[in-house]
Design a protein around this ligand. Structure first.
Ligand code: SF4
Length: 422
């Protein structure tokens, strides 16, 4: 192997260091951007925005295979390896990432050239009846009479959205594993994959597709306390035995994924039910004890059922509380990677393909979702791009997936809070 970058190493008087070998990692997606690139790490379910130097190195490794690097470029390789984007020899240990997902010289969340994520409903049915369900408005009218032609329509629309990652969701894919597996298989050639589930059911039928396509699985856990979790996320007696605990089922699912070697994380909806001081800290410590290393906190927003039940939303100081939790975790050297989302003032920052194949965003001007690309429509990339530019809040989209929600951006901090610097 050639040592391709050695200039800093050969400066007069400098001690010659052996080169670092940088190798590609499976499950990483990469897109060149005017500012450098965005990369997605499937194992961590994390996006990163890279400056041009880091983008050039990662692009080189992904396109051409292992390279030997030295000097400042070896430092860049170690930075990328610590975040899971490549691997080095000698090895670099991965570390959690808790702030904005910027690498190198970038100081602001960048303007993206296209979407990072499209959420794809594989079904409108679900074994739970969560009090705050954000997708209820899309699910309710589509639960009865689901057909295979619907999931084909979902694929047709999702294929046209130039996102790096597709999240197979619902409803809950666990109730219709054939449809979810079919969708995973068809989406895999063009996108990295995430499966979003409550875990309240049998993951077994989904495991072959999850393994084959290296999908990352997100499981929902709202509290370390089963009673709190089950009260907000009750099971439906039509789908599961009466009295079944969604908390216990989520934990069984986490164990099964760990045993199966499938990358996974926990997501938590933060609202009136669990925002009290101490509850999220207990949950954080509980997850660390379970061996979970990636945690996404979604501030409940006024969408779906939560739109009609404002009492379920978090209080006005939630951003400050979460910032304290993140700062404290970072200072304590917590092994958890933490990402926070909250789209209260950027509702049209999330792309959803509903279970009939319509591409939607949350309406920025009132309740409910807005269809921006109807099911069955075939347009070229330019038409899709102009549709997305008309309807998507790109700053909100970048902030959501590049962990900018807690930054002092008045547009993105929930109403009524006073942002402070970090
Ligand atoms: S698991 Fe998700 S889709 Fe199902 S009711 Fe709960 S929030 Fe809604």
């Amino acid at each position: 192997m050639d040592v391709r970058r050695t200039t800093q190493n050969s400066a007069p008087g400098r001690v010659i260091q052996p080169p670092v070998h940088a190798r590609p990692v499976a499950g990483v997606a990469f897109r060149v951007e005017p500012f450098g690139a965005v990369a997605y790490v499937g194992e961590r379910d994390d996006f990163f925005a890279l400056d041009r130097d880091h983008a050039a190195l990662l692009g080189d490794v992904l396109a051409r295979g292992p390279v030997a690097v030295a000097g400042a470029v070896a430092d860049q390789a170690r930075t990328l390896a610590a975040l899971g984007m490549l691997r080095t020899e000698p090895p670099t240990a991965q570390r959690p990432h808790l702030g904005r997902s910027l690498v190198g010289a970038l100081t602001e969340l960048p303007r993206l050239s296209g979407p990072l994520v499209v959420n794809c409903f594989s079904t409108a049915n679900c074994p739970l009846r969560c009090a705050y369900c954000h997708a209820d408005d899309l699910m309710a009218p589509a639960k009865a009479g689901e057909r295979w032609s619907d999931v084909a329509a979902v694929l047709r629309t999702a294929d046209q959205v130039p996102a790096l990652v597709a999240v197979v969701t619902g409803g809950d894919p666990i109730v219709a594993p054939e449809r979810a597996s079919w969708l995973l298989g068809r989406l895999a050639p063009g996108k990295r994959l995430v499966l979003d589930t409550s875990g309240a059911g049998d993951l077994g039928p989904l495991l072959p597709a999850l393994r084959r396509h290296r999908a990352h699985v997100r499981i929902s856990v709202d509290s370390a306390d089963a009673a709190v979790h089950d009260r907000l996320r009750p099971t439906s007696p039509r789908a599961l035995p009466r009295g079944a605990s969604s908390h216990a089922l989520a934990h069984a699912a986490l164990l099964r994924l760990a045993e199966a070697g499938v990358a996974h994380s926990v997501q938590t909806v933060v609202g009136g039910h669990n925002e009290a001081a101490g509850m999220l800290r207990r949950l954080r410590d509980h997850l660390i004890g379970l061996g979970v290393r990636h945690w996404v906190l979604h501030m409940a927003v006024p969408a779906g059922k939560a739109e009609r039940r404002p009492g379920l939303l978090p209080g006005p100081d939630i951003a400050a509380q979460l910032r304290d939790l993140v700062d404290e975790s970072e200072a304590a050297g917590s092994p958890l990677d933490i990402r926070v989302t909250g789209a209260r003032s950027a509702p049209n920052s999330v792309l959803l393909v509903d279970s009939r194949g319509h591409l939607c965003v949350q309406r920025p001007d009132g309740p409910g979702k807005e269809v921006i690309w109807p099911a069955g429509r075939d347009g070229g990339p330019e038409q899709m791009s102009s549709c997305l530019n008309r309807h998507v809040d790109w700053a909100g989209h970048a902030s959501r997936y590049l962990n900018g929600t807690l930054e002092p951006d008045p547009q993105l901090v929930p109403l009524g809070t006073q942002p402070r610097g970090r």
